[in-house]
Design a protein around this ligand. Structure first.
Ligand code: NAD
Ligand code: UGA
Length: 476
């Protein structure tokens, strides 16, 4: 596969994992590099079928602009398949883009990453790859995972004759896309990070990105700096959110207003404006997991004070979610049994159907545990997904014991609020920003409350329509 002395020739890319990262990132590579065949494989047959659906509204992931790219390149140079083995055999470059969740039991439970799926991929690649293959870590991984992959890839395989004719280069190329903005992040990234020790392999991956990313935005480092930078990026971002969320509580206690404080501090160019929106706590599949992974790593290196520092970011996040539940509970006279509470927004942020670690899950569970009767609305999250997330709270039995509330799903915002004692805005969807509160108020049971945890509701309008209002970080 050698193209010249400086880089390898890449004709076939395989990506293992057709999830939130694998799907969109490979769609963009296929779109920008028409001469490369990209095949995205997954053991989850249902997910692959969804990626192959004719109706692009039924793709497994909702991202603005993704459907148009898939329409352009699918079955031309982008393919989705469950034939993992065939795709590995045929690939010049393999991206590992599988899930790396926190371990739930055993050593490191609650903090360390579960690398089972990464290891399965490495073993499969070792068994099946032919000639020279560049293996790229796309998943977010603990520092020095590349060494584990190298060890697996240099171990014996059943067909020892075949082994003589092939070799591997390992690169780290973490993904920085944020959900809801994935396509723009992939097409116009702040930077692309490539870590490795094989200059020819680095140059090869760099060439691919240079099809659309300016060279100066491509940063090349050693493997460990690349792996660590991904964890630290997420830790820094999450730290900003926890910081501003602690300030939201100080605002409420002191008479200050969080939006004003965010603007004032964010105007300092050293601090910057982004990631200073207070909210119900960060969600998403990665912030918590990556910080806890960093904490685990620090402990492993005996850096206990550093571990404690980062762990506090997650503790504050849990505290913020619980604090919001407590406020709702207290404002409703410390009793929500049988009260109808409308939840506006269930995804962890707007413009995505992803609910992983969404603050809505914890807040809804707490309200249900207190006996509330929830009506949940979200423009993109399905009833099935909410049901999975709330698990034991499926309203299968209409005679649910009052102490353990019940919930329903309602697609219409207006219908979902009818007869409610309270509305809680948990996701900043565009749809919720300009509601007609004068009209809505007529159909709420008084005294009624509007709780805005995202600061997107017009407070004056709510109050003038005869409703009580609580806004996060609003001390006035
Ligand atoms: P995901 O759960 O959506 O997708 C992972 C997919 O891998 C699943 O569909 C699973 O079936 C598949 N898979 C697992 N093992 C497999 C195997 N051996 N063979 C074939 N398929 C296999 O996960 P995701 O959100 O795409 O995240 C993937 C990685 O990227 C994680 O490490 C995550 O931390 C990181 N990351 C995620 C985001 C994000 O926005 N979601 C952003 C940056 C980085
Ligand atoms: C985040 C990072 O932004 C990406 O760079 C990274 O690639 C990704 O994690 C990952 O590794 O998975 P994502 O979780 O998709 O992306 O979304 P963010 O926009 O970062 O939001 C995360 C959470 O923080 C959301 O719940 C959001 O509502 C919250 N948030 C964000 C705030 O509460 N305030 C803010 O100012 C910004």
């Amino acid at each position: 596969m050698t193209k010249n002395n400086f880089s390898y020739d890449i004709k076939n890319i395989c990506c293992i994992g057709a999830g939130y990262v694998g799907g969109p990132s490979m769609a963009v590579i296929a779109d920008k590099c028409p001469d490369i065949n990209v095949i995205v494989v997954d053991t989850n047959q249902e997910r692959i079928s969804q990626w192959n659906k004719n109706n692009l509204d039924e793709l497994p992931i909702y991202e603005r602009g993704l459907d148009e790219i898939v329409k352009r390149v699918r079955n031309k140079n982008l393919f989705f398949s469950s034939d993992v083995e065939g795709a590995i055999r045929n690939a010049d470059m393999i991206f590992i883009s599988v899930n790396t969740p926190i371990k739930t039991k055993g050593i490191g439970a609650g903090q360390a990453s579960n690398l089972h799926w990464v290891e399965v991929c490495a073993r499969q690649i070792n068994e099946l790859a032919e000639e020279h293959t560049i293996v790229v870590e796309k998943s977010t991984l603990p520092v020095r995972t590349a060494q584990t992959i190298k060890n697996i890839l240099s171990s014996n395989i059943s067909n020892s004759e075949k082994k003589q004719h092939r070799s591997f280069s390992i690169l780290s190329n973490p993904e920085f896309l944020s959900e809801g903005n994935a396509i723009d992040d992939l097409e116009n990234p702040d930077r692309v990070l490539i870590g490795g020790d094989d200059l020819k392999a680095i140059k090869t991956l760099k060439n691919i990105y240079e099809s659309w990313v300016p060279t100066k935005k491509i940063i090349c480092t050693n493997l460990w700096s690349s792996e660590l930078s991904k964890l630290v990026s997420n830790a820094f971002l999450a730290q900003r959110i926890s910081s501003i969320n602690t300030v939201s509580a100080i605002c409420e206690a002191s008479g200050a207003q969080i939006n004003e404080v965010s603007k004032a501090i964010g105007s300092d160019s050293r601090i910057g404006k982004k990631f200073l929106n207070a909210g119900p706590g960060f969600g998403g599949s990665c912030f918590k997991k990556d910080i806890l992974n960093l904490v685990y790593l620090c402990k492993h290196f005996g850096l206990y004070e550093v571990a404690e520092f980062w762990e506090q970011v997650v503790k504050i996040n849990n505290w913020q979610q619980n604090r919001i539940f407590q406020i709702i509970f207290n404002k409703l006279f410390g009793n929500v049994i049988g009260k109808k509470i409308t939840i506006l927004g269930f995804s962890f942020k707007s413009n995505t159907n992803d609910t992983r670690e969404s603050p809505a899950i914890e807040i809804c569970r707490n309200l249900l545990f207190e006996g509330a009767n929830l009506t949940i609305n979200d423009p993109k999250v399905s009833k099935k997904q909410i049901s999975k997330d709330l698990l034991n709270y499926e309203p299968s039995n209409k005679n649910t014991i009052p102490e353990f509330g019940c919930w329903t799903y309602e697609q219409s915002i207006i219908k979902s609020i009818q007869g409610s004692d309270a509305v809680v805005v948990l996701t900043e969807w565009e749809e919720y920003k300009n509601l007609n509160w004068q009209k809505i108020s007529l159909n709420m049971r008084k005294p009624a409350w509007v709780f805005d945890t995202r600061l997107i509701i017009n407070k004056e309008e709510v109050i003038s329509s005869g409703l009580n209002f609580w806004g996060l970080g609003d001390g006035t």
